[in-house]
Design a binder for this molecule. Structure first.
Ligand code: AMP
Length: 158
C-alpha cells in the first residue's frame, strides 16, 4: 500500500538519509523521540512484518543491525530500542513496515513518551555523524573479513 514512505523511497519527499541499499532505506525520523531516532524500511510496499518475503526480511534485518550499530556508535555506544509497531492497534501509523532505532540515554522516558525537535542544521549534523560511523563500520567489516594471506597476495607482500 502506498504511503508517505513510498514518496521518500521515490525521492519525492526529502529525508535525512542514512543509507540506501537495493532493498532498504534508512532515514532520520522527522518527529524524533530522541536525537538519532532512525527508521529502517524495506523498499517493498508491505504493511506488516509477516507480509515481507523471507529473503527480504533477512536483508532488512542485516541492514537494521548495521544501522543500529552506527546509531549507537555515533552516540558513544548509547543503548537503543528496536521497535516495530505492527498494525494500528500496536501503534502503527504509517502503513509501510518500518523499524524504529530509538537511542535511549540513562533515565530517558519510555519509547514515544516525548518528542524532541532538532535545532536548525542539527538533523543534518546528526545524519552525517551516523553515516560516518556506518562507513567506518562497513569498512572495518570488509577489512577484518578479508583473509590476511589474501591481503598480502593482493598487495604483493611476502
Ligand atoms: P509508527 O507510529 O510506528 O507508524 O511511526 C511512524 C513514524 O514515521 C513516526 O515516528 C513519524 O514521526 C515518522 N514519519 C512520518 N513521516 C515522516 C517523514 N516524512 N520523514 C521521516 N519520518 C516520518
Amino acid at each position: 500500500m502506498a504511503s508517505i514512505f513510498t514518496k521518500i523511497i521515490q525521492g519525492e519527499i526529502p529525508c535525512e538519509k542514512i543509507i540506501e541499499t537495493d532493498a532498504e532505506i534508512a532515514f532520520l525520523d522527522i518527529m524524533p523521540s530522541a536525537s538519532g531516532h532512525t527508521l529502517v524500511i524495506p523498499k517493498l510496499e508491505v504493511m506488516r512484518l509477516e507480509d515481507l518475503p523471507e529473503t527480504q526480511a533477512i536483508s532488512l534485518m542485516r541492514t537494521l543491525q548495521q544501522v543500529a550499530k552506527a546509531v549507537s556508535t555515533a552516540f558513544d555506544g548509547i543503548d537503543y530500542n528496536l521497535i516495530l509497531n505492527n498494525g494500528a492497534n500496536a501503534g502503527q501509523e504509517v502503513e509501510h513496515i518500518h523499524f524504529h532505532v530509538l537511542p535511549r540515554a540513562e533515565g530517558s522516558p519510555g519509547p514515544f513518551r516525548k518528542h524532541i525537535q532538532y535545532a536548525e542544521g542539527e538533523m543534518q549534523e546528526v545524519g552525517a555523524r551516523i553515516r560516518n560511523c556506518l562507513w567506518w563500520l562497513q569498512f572495518l567489516k570488509i577489512f577484518t573479513r578479508t583473509d590476511a594471506d589474501e591481503l598480502c597476495r593482493h598487495w604483493n607482500w611476502q
